[in-house]
Design a protein around this ligand. Structure first.
Ligand code: UDX
Ligand code: UDX
Ligand code: ADP
Length: 480
């Protein structure tokens, strides 16, 4: 029986291993983590992450061929294939601060593998890492090998949160990078055999190590670039009277461009896009390619611009001040169908409004008060460390209350910001909400989910990203 161990029971490791266990009954899969509470949650009724369909998969396999454990060394020792899916935060100090990936957790995982292994292993890079990390890991392992043979593979994960199970069941492709030696090719084949149990062979691509590592950064950069492109257009649409949804639709009909990932928004978030682009930028700079670095930097600059533009639009519309005014925040997660708040645009928007002394009442169906308070107190880039290594529990932000209902959040508010595209926000009783708000009542839709005409009929002043402006907003001073 093949044994797999995955180090890191997070958003990537957990769902990926659960699906491997489901699809490969003859493989024993152990997911290990240093976080005791995270492993306890994976073994309990309330899984540590919210992901549609994940519960069913875990329930079917847990205790049969899927195990969650903190006994890292035992499972690494026993495994034939070890996936490494640990955090790779952005460095906050030292060389490359604010850009380079911090490989501390990776290095410590590699050293531990070298310490406990007594048989040959295939070590698989699963978390996104800078190009040439595999080489560094290979060096750590071979210099500490004591006669054991290691093969390093890069097998980046392309799942998106909220659709992780669907993406894992039916991936566009599985990418496996390895050494071009006979041993390297044998290791690639061993991992191919795992995926081939449910993924059609023509969707399993093999490349050299560096191509696999760079493809992951490139894919995320291309996806983020589409969003920044459409968001840049949204600003121009507002200035000219074009409608960004109509523009996206028309542009996306070109089969060379395609319709996906053209949804204008308050900005992209998530644990990958910004981090991976910063990393790409750093790699370009280190390789003497400043023009290429600047090209990709612009994708992040437009994303920051879009979040600022949203806050400025809101404040200028509300008579240039939100001081002491209650603003309802609907949605805090970085996208719908997840409770994940890593790099969510909601953090920057909320911090912007708090900077102008607004009072915020926040509702998200999947994010806890604790998480929101933590997010609003942590410094940039501090989120991506295991919880026990994060700064001490921050004190609550007093101007913020977190509620469990959109009607409660909007009661007596002056304005509403929609920051996540949760389906339930489309069908709220906006007449009831309007009746309970201060007047004039504003809606700022950062995700284009509301029916603008209907809300204007009710009496709201509505701003929706990239849509023709409400006459009220046209009269307000231009925003930066
Ligand atoms: C373009 C648009 O495709 C067309 O829709 C519009 O109406 C006019 O402009 P055209 O300039 O005729 O058409 O050719 P196109 O096939 O788009 O190529 C433009 C340039 O891009 C060429 O120099 C081509 O060699 C280059 N190109 C295209 C690449 O370098 N790489 C590619 O992947 C595609
Ligand atoms: C992304 C990649 O899609 C995935 O392949 C990779 O493995 C990890 O990073 P994820 O961050 O989970 O996945 O979600 P994604 O659906 O890509 O959304 C990222 C952000 O972009 C979200 O904030 C989303 O709201 C935003 N977005 C997405 C838009 O603003 N407009 C769009 O058209 C699409
Ligand atoms: P991702 O979204 O890439 O899955 P997460 O932050 O959700 O990232 O998960 C990474 C997990 O890796 C965390 O649960 C963290 O506790 C775990 N981790 C980090 N370093 C180690 C290590 N050396 N050994 C075991 N687990 C680790």
């Amino acid at each position: 029986m093949v044994k797999i161990c995955c180090i890191g029971a997070g958003y990537v490791g957990g769902p990926t291993m659960a699906v491997i266990a489901l699809k490969c009954p003859s493989i024993e899969v152990a997911v290990v983590d240093i976080s005791v509470s995270r492993i306890a949650a994976w073994n309990g009724d309330q899984l540590p992450i919210y992901e549609p369909g994940l519960d069913e998969v875990v329930k079917q396999c847990r205790g049969n061929n899927l195990f969650f454990s903190t006994d890292i060394e035992k499972h690494v020792f026993e495994a034939d294939i070890i996936f490494v899916s640990v955090n790779t935060p952005t460095k906050t100090r030292g060389l490359g601060a604010g850009k380079a990936a911090d490989l501390t957790y990776w290095e410590s995982a590699a050293r531990m593998i070298a310490d406990v292994s007594k048989s040959n292993k295939i070590v698989v890079e699963k978390s996104t890492v800078p190009v040439k990390t595999a080489e560094a890991i290979e060096k750590i392992l071979t210099h500490n090998s004591r006669g054991i043979k290691y093969q390093i593979l890069s097998n980046p994960e392309f799942l998106a949160e909220g659709t992780a199970i669907q993406d894992l069941f039916n991936p566009d492709r599985v990418l496996i990078g390895g050494r071009e030696t006979p041993e390297g090719q044998k290791a690639i084949q061993a991992l191919k055999d795992v995926y081939a149990q449910w993924v059609p062979e023509d969707r399993i691509i093999s490349t050299n190590l560096w191509s696999a590592e760079l493809s992951k950064l490139a894919a995320n950069a291309f996806l983020a670039q589409r969003i920044s492109s459409v968001n840049a257009m949204s600003a121009l649409c507002e200035a000219t009277g074009a409608d960004v949804s109509q523009v996206s639709h028309a542009v996306g009909k070109d089969t060379r461009i395609g319709p996906k990932f053209l949804q204008a928004s308050v900005g992209f978030g998530g644990s990958c896009f910004q981090k991976d682009i910063l990393n790409l930028v750093y790699i370009c700079e280190c390789n003497g390619l400043p023009e290429v670095a600047n090209y990709w930097k612009q994708v992040i600059k437009i994303n920051d611009y879009q979040k600022n533009r949203f806050v400025n639009r809101l404040v200028s519309s509300m008579f240039n001040t939100v001081s002491g005014k209650k603003i309802a925040i609907l949605g805090f997660a970085f996208k719908k169908d997840t409770g994940d708040t890593r790099e969510t645009p909601a953090i920057d928007v909320c911090k912007g409004l708090l900077g102008d002394k607004a009072r915020l009442s926040i509702y998200d169906p999947q994010v806890t008060e604790d998480q929101i308070q933590r997010d609003l107190s942590l410094n940039k880039f501090d989120w991506d460390h295991p919880v026990h290594l994060q700064p001490m529990s921050p004190s609550a932000v007093k101007q913020v209350s977190v509620v469990w209902d959109a009607y409660e959040a909007t009661k007596d508010a002056h304005g509403i910001c929609i920051l996540t595209e949760w389906d339930e926000f489309k069908t709220l009783d906006y007449q009831r909400i309007f009746d309970n708000m201060q007047k004039p009542a504003f809606v700022f839709d950062g995700r284009n989910v509301v029916n603008v005409d209907k809300l204007r009929e009710i009496g709201f002043i509505v701003y929706s990203i990239g849509k023709p402006l409400d006459p009220w907003l046209q009269d307000m001073p231009a925003v930066a």
